[in-house]
Ligand binder design. Structure first.
Ligand code: SF4
Length: 240
């Protein structure tokens, strides 16, 4: 997560991303982090998330190239705002694939659709999925389900079937992470009593903080502190 800047302002955003964020990890720092990650054998996948990682294309291109050169599996998590036409989408993804992208992970649900509709809405999802599949990228749609959600995993499956794209995409349905702007929204299950499967993943944040999870709760004032295990500026300056 080199930035929390996002062109969307989803009501359920668990990290509180939005257009007002200006913190940004420098490209050189991203490269140093990847160089160090190479020596941690349990790290296999490098994912660019945020915020919307495509808003800083130089950062994204550098991260993908460097991660692929170091033989990491690579993933981009995106809201697909850029997929407004089939041609533009294909060229955009082909460039990222050539740099080393292996997985396109698209976030789409009721909350995202409210903002994606300004850029093309569902057509963007179709354009992104079709281009990603044609380019041989592993393709995932991640759906957050809240109480009264209209766009569910099954709805997306039916819509993809109409486009001839069913069975080509992994659809992951998840509950709301009740942190940041999602606090107070009604989810479909009571999350207390459930563990999180992402504990153990490392995430690096725009201010350099490192957390031992995918980062949903890093900005939560009550619990985010608990997941912070260091800061790359401090640790990198000590080890280089
Ligand atoms: S949920 Fe994703 S698309 Fe929505 S504001 Fe947060 S980072 Fe942006």
């Amino acid at each position: 997560m080199y930035s929390y800047k996002c062109n969307f302002l989803c009501k359920h955003c668990s990290v509180g991303a939005g257009p007002f964020h200006d913190e940004l990890l420098p490209i050189e720092t991203i490269e140093k982090v990847l160089d160090q990650a190479y020596y941690i054998s349990s790290i296999k996948v490098v994912a660019a998330a945020g915020g919307e990682p495509t808003l800083y294309l130089s950062h994204l291109r550098t991260l993908l190239k460097k991660a692929a050169d170091l033989s990491f599996i690579t993933r981009v998590v995106t809201n697909a705002w850029w997929a407004s036409t089939p041609q533009r989408t294909y060229h955009f993804l082909d460039d990222l694939r050539a740099l080393g992208l292996e997985e396109l992970n698209i976030s789409y649900d009721d909350f995202h659709d409210e903002w994606l509709s300004r850029y093309g809405g569902w057509r963007n999802i179709v354009n992104a999925v079709r281009a990603a599949v044609d380019l041989g990228l592993r393709t995932v749609i991640a759906v957050v389900r809240a109480k009264n959600s209209l766009i569910t995993a099954n709805v997306i499956r039916e819509r993809l079937k109409l486009e001839g794209l069913d069975n080509k995409v992994l659809i992951l349905e998840d509950f709301l992470s009740p942190t940041s702007r999602a606090k107070g929204l009604e989810t479909v299950i009571n999350v207390s009593g459930y563990g999180c499967g992402d504990v153990g993943h490392l995430s690096v944040h725009p201010n350099g903080d490192v957390a031992f999870c995918c980062g949903h709760i890093i900005n939560d004032p009550e619990s985010g502190w608990f997941t912070r295990i260091g800061n790359i500026y401090r640790e990198i300056s000590q080890t280089l």
